[in-house]
Design a protein around this ligand. Structure first.
Ligand SMILES: [Zn+2]
Ligand SMILES: [Zn+2]
Length: 288
């Protein structure tokens, strides 16, 4: 049992509440959980729990396990005072990181880490990486790209109030989607709407890679003349336990910055509504 100290509010929780995904009710949402576990200390919870036997689990990719259970999706999540976690090995010690601040590492920190690392072979000196949607996840993506690749990073964001913060995090340029978008070797779509996927494909260079992360339910047609020649189209799903440990290590050594606004758990509906309307700079974290 983990006593929840903070649980991040993800945009996919809004989609879940709106019925975009199939869920068996009643369900407590929340997959960005930090808390306290007796005998372990303050932890962030790795929230995708595989069967432990299949090929994906054996290679450490429990998030790809066809039988995985996930906190906040198929098991009760972190919008609560307590959460049940099936094994101690899913608890990643936070050291001196503040649990309220650290909660978003479980998804907003982890998911773009995997997405960026998968696209690193495409990114050399002189290439451009496009980050579409500079919210909770995109802001981490900008930092990973600057830390791990020599590429120029261009962020595309609708909300102009985020521009200066995203530049401060290292983006070489921040553009509004109505502006001219430069050609990109890798494009990361953290929105995932039909419009944002189209924007990525239009910017993608031949042979480039589009990584679809955002869960807004968008679609684009695939075929000759529909995508750039020899382009790679993939999605990227959450991350592994090992990758979460690496993210926490980066955070503990002070190499990542992210914005958190604590909100009392009782005000959960207000928080979901603000996320729905895009009125958040980084992440809202529910505090029981
Ligand atoms: Zn999420
Ligand atoms: Zn499995």
């Amino acid at each position: 049992m983990v006593r929840v100290l903070g649980c991040g509010v993800c945009h996919s929780d809004v989609s879940l509440a709106e019925g975009l995904f199939e869920a068996s009710l009643p369900l407590v949402p929340g997959h960005e959980i930090a808390g306290h576990a007796d005998g372990v200390g303050n932890v962030v919870v790795y929230a995708s729990w595989g069967c432990g036997r299949c090929v994906f689990c054996r290679q450490g990719d429990e998030q790809l396990c066809p039988d995985a259970e996930q906190a906040g999706w198929t098991r009760q999540g972190g919008y609560a005072e307590w959460v049940r976690v099936p094994s101690r090995r899913y608890l990643v010690p936070l050291g001196d990181l503040d649990p309220v601040h650290a909660a978003p590492l479980a998804d907003a920190g982890l998911t773009p880490y995997r997405a960026v690392r998968r696209a690193l072979p495409w990114l050399q000196q002189g290439s451009t990486a496009l980050v579409v949607g500079a919210g909770g996840l995109g802001q981490f993506a900008v930092q990973y790209l600057k830390l791990l690749s020599p590429a120029a990073v261009v962020a595309v964001e609708r909300n102009r109030r985020k521009f200066s913060w995203v530049r401060e995090l290292g983006a070489d340029e921040v553009l509004h989607p109505s502006q001219k978008i430069p050609a990109a070797r890798a494009a990361f779509d953290f929105v995932g709407s039909t419009a944002s996927l189209r924007l990525c494909l239009q910017a993608l260079e031949p042979g480039g890679i589009l990584v679809h992360v955002g869960a807004a339910g968008g679609q684009v047609p695939f075929g000759f003349d529909r995508v750039p020649p020899e382009a790679h189209l993939t999605n990227s799903v959450w991350g592994s336990l090992r990758e979460l440990r690496e993210v926490v290590e980066l955070a503990r050594t002070g190499r990542l910055r992210w914005h958190v606004e604590p909100v009392p758990l009782e005000r959960v509906n207000e928080a979901l509504d603000r996320v729905r309307r895009g009125r958040v700079l980084g992440r809202l974290v529910l505090v029981p």
